[in-house]
Design a protein around this ligand. Structure first.
Ligand code: ASP
Length: 405
């Protein structure tokens, strides 16, 4: 039997730590694996985001009842994602998991020049002068903007050309998801090397305890924020907006939620989510087949919250003070990143680059949070699926349906 990826990663973590301590003088023999893995992740970023957004927007923009139902659903999705991000923002500013830890990352700060770029300029640059330059530079906001426009106008050029382009971008998206999953298969090797490297460097400075403690605090921040969103915010929305019983609904959702946790993929969980929402909670197929697939692609509360907390954590670890306006930009970027993230494992980690690039954080910072990404991925995916299902209940109720919950 093949060992599940999260076990492989856990083993890699342990072995990487041991290697870093025991063979601290020999990390260059393994560190290339980490570089290769990070290169692989960076390689998929632009085409994955581009195809994910173009196909997502093109698929929904043309739907028949996109009008009322679409507006309501999108509004709800954006609302819950923002609530989640704000929860994360408050907690990361209170707990401040990365502050005061010298992670020795400050060597590569070339990227930080952007951080000084003014708020206004960042906003202006969302409309790129040269979109190919944006692709090459990885200017995420510009890429997302262009992709949304492109996807939208695919639905406006008539069936002949629109159909070809939609098929084309759906196909590219499928291939990019496969390539991403392929890269992620190498995560245990990459993580082994990155952990060995970090441990060796920090151990030599006597700083290892500090790093472990701050990563622990970072995880705690994400977990507390996720818990607040899942156990307080969303149930309140079901109760007051959806006039339904959140706990009864949650009970019916047990199977998809556990599946989301163990697969770390909203897309893989989708069929089970639809079944539970329809059969246990009593939502009609008409609503669930519109709301849930859309939700599995664009509504990721857990991911949105995680994007913000992780980026803030990295900023804090670099000793960077992020002023209020820049934090506002990060909130916006985290929302877009969660919309653009595919419903597959670690997609949120790939999308981190969106949030990091708007404030000019060096992508190397990802190496740090990568080590504990899997377990957080499992948790945030569970929250993503839970949020999609609450939306289905609320929309169904607002359309006058009689539910079981
Ligand atoms: N794994 C998440 C999902 O499928 C996405 C992410 O990585 O945040 O919902």
């Amino acid at each position: 039997m093949k060992l599940k990826l999260h076990w492989q990663i856990l083993i890699a973590l342990v072995l990487g730590t041991i290697y870093g301590i025991v063979f601290s003088g020999y990390v260059e023999y393994v560190s290339w694996m980490g570089t290769l893995f990070l290169n692989g992740l960076k390689m998929v970023i632009v085409p994955l985001i581009l195809s994910s957004i173009i196909s997502g927007v093109a698929n929904i923009g043309g739907a028949e009842d996109f009008g009322r139902l679409g507006a309501k659903t999108l509004g709800y999705y954006i609302l819950t994602s923002l609530l989640a991000i704000l929860t994360g923002l408050v907690l990361v500013n209170i707990i401040r998991p990365g502050v005061g830890v010298d992670l020795g990352l400050a060597q590569h700060v070339e990227g930080l020049v952007n951080a000084k770029q003014s708020f206004g300029k960042t906003l202006l640059n969302i409309v790129p002068k040269n979109v190919f330059k944006s692709f090459a530079n990885g200017d995420m906001l510009a890429i997302i903007f262009f992709a949304m426009l492109f996807g939208f106008f695919i639905t406006r050029v008539g069936d002949k050309y629109g159909g070809i382009l939609k098929d084309f971008f759906n196909a590219v998206f499928k291939v990019m998801m496969k390539i991403t999953m392929f890269v992620i298969k190498f995560a245990p090797y990459g993580i082994f090397a990155i952990v060995a490297d970090v441990v060796a460097k920090q151990a030599s400075k006597g700083n290892l305890g500090n790093v472990v403690a701050s990563l622990g605090l970072y995880m705690l921040t994400v977990i507390l924020a996720l818990a607040f969103h899942a156990f307080v915010t969303l149930p309140l929305l079901i109760k007051f907006l959806g006039k339904s019983n959140p706990w009864k609904h949650a009970k019916g959702m047990a199977t998809p939620l556990l599946t989301a946790f163990s697969t770390a993929s909203s897309s893989a969980t989708l069929p089970l989510t639809m079944q539970a929402v329809e059969q246990n909670s009593g939502v009609s197929n008409k609503i669930s087949s519109f709301v849930l697939p859309l939700g599995a692609t664009i509504n990721m509360d857990g991911t949105a919250l995680y994007e913000l907390v992780a980026a803030m954590f990295i900023a804090q670890a670099y000793g960077l003070h992020i002023p209020f306006l820049q934090q506002f930009l990060m909130v916006f970027a985290a929302l877009l990143a969660s919309i653009g993230a595919a419903g597959i494992p670690m997609a949120g980690l790939v999308m981190m680059t969106v949030v990091m690039s708007v404030v000019g954080l060096p992508l190397e910072g990802i190496g740090l949070i990568l080590t504990v990404d899997r377990i957080l991925d499992m948790m945030r995916t569970t929250v993503n699926v839970w949020s999609d299902s609450t939306c289905a209940v609320i929309i169904a109720k607002s359309e006058g349906e009689k539910l079981n919950v």
